[in-house]
Design a protein around this ligand. Structure first.
Ligand code: CP
Length: 305
């Protein structure tokens, strides 16, 4: 069985195939009739052990556009509260003839663990601080729409790098596809290993990072994952690293602003930037459906790859 557990495991050819297939599905999504029969009689469970708005709705919509049968499972409100394990939960669901699993979990490696114990294909919809592969793919797709190529593109990833599966998946993808990457944030939010593990440059000055880049992918400060005091206050973070109109006006060029959502308005990103024509935040969300259709289609075996 093939899975999509992380960008780390993919080759540049795999990534190109996913992005090319997403382009075909995006064309389908522009038509009056958006539904195709590709995954008819395929049953998919969306298994969410952690909250989500975009990823969850986007997967469900992608599955419905592909004519799959869909089951949505949230840990809250389920028998997880009675002590049922992840493996028991999934095996019980699979016994009802479910073919594929999309899963989000707060534990890094949860989908990798599951992939060793169940026969169904798994798509990782975010595991702890490890990876969020479909987010990186939709980010790449959105950058391709704006810039035409990823090769040589200058991308700054700004904010809470330490807790970010989005950063990790994006860096894997951008490294594999020949983009240049700068990570920017306060030293406490940038892990020490990052320059050894990846081809990235660390820049602590956000104005320099913005001046250098073509696109800035701005990350949310993940207050729910902060287990120590990593910066003195949200207000201080915002003053030092928050992207606002004044900062963009000081640049001698126009840059593209991205954000995976949810946005903490006024913290990492001000509304006058988030809602401006620099921002492609809602295009990213739109592209998420086509990208997830591509991942589901290719992993279902329908594409024979
Ligand atoms: N980008 C993202 O993963 O958003 P959600 O947590 O709302 O799914």
């Amino acid at each position: 069985t093939r899975h999509l557990l992380g960008i780390k495991d993919l080759t540049p050819a795999d990534i190109s195939l996913l992005l090319d297939t997403a382009k075909q599905f995006k064309e389908v999504l522009q038509r009056p009739v958006k539904k195709v029969p590709s995954l008819r009689d395929v049953t998919i469970v969306n298994l969410f052990y952690e909250n989500s708005t975009r990823t969850r709705i986007s997967f469900e919509l992608a599955q419905k556009r592909l004519s799959a049968d869909v089951i949505n499972f949230s840990a809250s409100g389920s028998s997880v509260s009675k002590g049922e394990t992840l493996l028991d939960t999934v095996n019980n669901i699979l016994s009802m003839k479910v073919d594929m699993v999309v899963m989000r979990h707060s534990a890094s490696g949860a989908p990798h663990f599951l992939s060793k114990h169940i026969p169904a294909a798994i798509i990782n919809a975010g595991d702890g601080i490890n990876e969020h592969p479909t987010q990186a793919l939709l980010d790449a797709y959105s950058m391709l729409e704006v810039f035409g190529t990823l090769k040589g593109l200058r991308v700054a990833i700004v904010g809470d790098i330490l807790h970010s599966r989005v950063a990790q998946s994006n860096i894997h993808l951008l490294n594999k596809m020949g983009a240049e990457v700068v990570v920017c944030g306060p030293p406490t939010l940038i892990p020490k290993y990052i320059e050894e593990a990846f081809e990235v440059r660390v820049e602590y000055n956000v104005d320099k990072a913005l001046q250098w880049c073509d696109a800035a992918n701005v990350l949310r400060i993940q207050l729910e994952r902060q287990n120590q005091v990593l910066f003195s206050s949200v207000r201080e973070y915002s003053l030092a690293y928050g992207i606002n109109r004044e900062r963009l006006n000081r640049l001698n060029k126009k840059i593209t602003i991205m954000h995976p959502g949810p946005v903490n308005r006024g913290v990492e990103l001000d509304s006058d930037v988030a809602d401006s024509d620099n921002s492609i935040i809602l295009q990213q969300v739109e592209n998420g459906v086509a990208v997830r259709m591509a991942a589901l289609y290719l992993l279902s075996g329908s594409g024979n790859s």
